[in-house]
Write a protein that binds this ligand. Structure first.
Ligand SMILES: [Zn+2]
Length: 469
C-alpha cells in the first residue's frame, strides 16, 4: 500500500513537473506565427530609397528587402514628428484620437489605458523587446507599454553626434536575437542616425558628402541649438549650406542602411529569416527647403509624411508592390493578423494582409495632425487630392494639392479647384467631429531634473518655458 502511494506521489510529481515545463517552455515562432522585427528609422524620407526612385545608391540593403517583399510606395505617417507618429503606429489611431504629442513646452504622453501593438503581442505570449534612441519613444512618454520590462533598452542624447549610433543599435538588436531566438518575439529596433545632427562616419562622409566635406568634419550641420535658432529666425544658412547638409543626411541614410543590412544578415545567420516578418518603416521625413523650411515637426507636406513601408518574410510573402495610399495606423492590425494575434478593439487602421498577398486595396481617406512648434495643422488625403488646413492667428488657411500629379506639392490649387477643396474640407470637418467625441487627452509629461537639463541643452525649455513643461 505504501509502495502504491509512493508510486502515485511520483506520478503526481511528474505531472506537476510536466505542466510546469509545458507552461514555462518558450513558445517558438513558426512560419505562420512568425517573429516580428520592426525596424523603424527615425527621420527617413521615402524618396531616399532606391526602390522608390532615388539614384544615389544610398540603400542597397533596404532595396533588396523591398525587392523580396511587399513595398508600399505611398505610405504616410499621421504626424510630422516622433511622439505622435509612433503613438499612431502603436495604437492604430490618429493623433486626434490617441492624444499623445502636444507641442514644445506642453508635451503629452500616451495614456496607459491605450491598448497597443506590443501589449497585444505580449498577451499572446510573445517576448517583446525595444531598442530605442530618443526620449519621445521611451517609458516616460508612455510608448513602451507592452514591452517586457527587462528588454526595454533606452538610450537618450541631445543630438546624434553623441548618440548610440547604427552600429551599436544593430549590436543591441543582435544581442536580443541571441537571447530570444528560441521564443516567439516582437522586437522594435529604432535607428536615429538620419536625425539631425548630420554626423556620418568618415567612410560614408567620403562617399556621399559634398566634395568640400568628404574629408574631416569642418562643416557641421543640424545641432539642436541650430534648429532652435533657425526656428527663431536668428540663423539664416545659405541655400548652399542646406545642400551640403542634405548630402550629409544622405550619408547618414547610407550608413544606417549598411547597419540594417548587417542586422538582416544576422537574422539569416541565426536561422530566423523564414520565421520572422521584417517590417521597415519611418516615423517622418525631413525637409531641406522643399517648402522653404528645414528639419521636421513644422508642416504636413509630404517630405515629412511620406515614409518607407516594406514587409518581408521569405517563403511566406511573394514580392509585390502596392501603390494605393496607406497609413502607418495600418501597421498594428496587419502585424496582429499576420501572426495570429488578436487585435485590439480600438485599432482603427486596417489589416493590409490581402494586399500583401497581391489583392487590390481600396483607398480610404488618410489623416495627419500636429505641429511641434505651434497650433496643430490637419490634413486629409485621397489618392488624387490632399488638403492641408491650418488655423493660425491669421485665421484659417487651406492648401490643396493634386497628390497623384504633383507629389512634391508645388502648386496650391485651393483657389482653382474649389469643388475638391470644399469637399475635402467638409470631409475633414466631419472626421474632426467624430474624432473629437473619441479623443483622449494625453497626460502631461513632467520631465525629471535630468531630463529637463537635457531638454534645456536641446533648446526645448528655457526663458518663458523654464518651468520645464
Ligand atoms: Zn522622429
Amino acid at each position: 500500500m505504501r509502495r502504491r502511494l509512493g508510486f502515485v506521489a511520483v506520478l503526481a510529481l511528474a505531472a506537476l513537473v510536466a505542466t510546469w515545463w509545458w507552461r514555462s517552455r518558450p513558445r517558438s515562432a513558426t512560419e505562420s506565427a512568425p517573429n516580428v522585427l520592426l525596424i523603424a528609422v527615425d527621420t527617413l524620407r521615402a524618396d531616399r530609397l532606391g526602390s522608390l526612385g532615388n539614384a544615389r545608391g544610398l540603400t542597397p540593403n533596404l532595396d533588396r528587402l523591398a525587392a523580396n517583399g511587399a513595398l508600399y510606395s505611398r505610405a504616410y505617417s499621421h504626424a510630422p514628428w516622433t511622439l505622435p507618429s509612433f503613438a499612431s503606429m502603436f495604437t492604430s489611431q490618429v493623433p486626434q484620437e490617441h492624444g499623445a504629442g502636444g507641442r514644445v513646452g506642453d508635451f503629452r504622453g500616451l495614456a496607459a489605458a491605450h491598448d497597443t501593438l506590443a501589449e497585444r503581442f505580449q498577451s499572446a505570449g510573445y517576448a517583446t523587446g525595444a531598442i530605442v534612441n530618443v526620449d519621445f519613444l521611451g517609458r516616460s512618454y508612455g510608448l513602451m507599454q507592452g514591452f517586457d520590462a527587462g528588454e526595454i533598452d533606452e538610450r537618450f542624447y541631445d543630438d546624434n553626434a553623441r548618440l548610440r549610433d547604427a552600429r551599436e543599435t544593430t549590436d543591441a538588436a543582435l544581442g536580443y536575437l541571441d537571447r530570444h531566438r528560441d521564443e516567439a518575439f516582437l522586437l522594435l529596433a529604432h535607428y536615429f542616425d538620419p536625425h539631425a545632427r548630420y554626423a556620418p562616419p568618415p567612410e560614408y562622409r567620403a562617399r556621399f558628402a559634398d566634395p568640400r566635406d568628404q574629408q574631416g568634419s569642418a562643416f557641421d550641420f543640424g545641432a539642436r541649438e541650430q534648429v532652435v535658432l533657425w526656428r527663431a529666425r536668428k540663423l539664416q544658412p545659405s541655400v548652399d549650406d542646406f545642400q551640403r547638409a542634405e548630402k550629409l543626411y544622405d550619408a547618414e541614410v547610407a550608413y544606417t542602411d549598411a547597419e540594417i543590412g548587417r542586422l538582416l544578415a544576422g537574422l539569416e545567420a541565426r536561422g530566423l529569416a523564414r520565421k520572422t516578418l521584417v517590417v521597415l518603416v519611418a516615423d517622418h521625413g525631413e525637409e531641406f527647403l522643399d517648402h522653404g523650411d528645414w528639419e521636421h515637426g513644422h508642416s504636413l507636406y509630404d517630405e515629412l509624411l511620406h515614409v518607407p513601408l516594406v514587409f518581408s518574410q521569405p517563403g511566406r510573402l511573394a514580392p509585390t508592390r502596392v501603390d494605393v495610399p496607406v497609413g502607418t495606423i495600418d501597421l498594428a492590425p496587419t502585424l496582429c493578423a499576420w501572426c495570429g494575434v488578436a487585435p485590439a478593439a480600438t485599432f482603427r487602421g486596417r489589416d493590409l494582409g490581402p494586399s500583401l498577398a497581391g489583392a487590390s486595396l481600396s483607398p480610404t481617406p488618410l489623416l495627419a495632425f500636429g505641429n511641434f512648434w505651434g497650433p496643430p495643422l490637419e490634413s486629409v488625403r485621397e489618392p488624387e487630392w490632399k488638403l492641408i488646413e491650418s488655423t493660425m492667428s491669421a485665421g484659417r488657411t487651406l492648401q490643396l494639392f493634386r497628390a497623384d500629379e504633383d507629389p512634391r506639392e508645388l502648386r496650391d490649387r485651393a483657389n482653382s479647384d474649389v469643388d475638391a477643396r470644399d469637399r475635402l474640407s467638409s470631409d475633414l470637418a466631419l472626421l474632426r467631429r467624430v474624432l473629437a467625441a473619441r479623443a483622449r487627452v494625453g497626460p502631461p509629461v513632467r520631465p525629471t531634473a535630468d531630463e529637463r537639463e537635457r531638454l534645456r541643452g536641446m533648446g526645448y525649455v528655457g526663458g518663458e518655458d523654464d518651468d520645464g513643461r
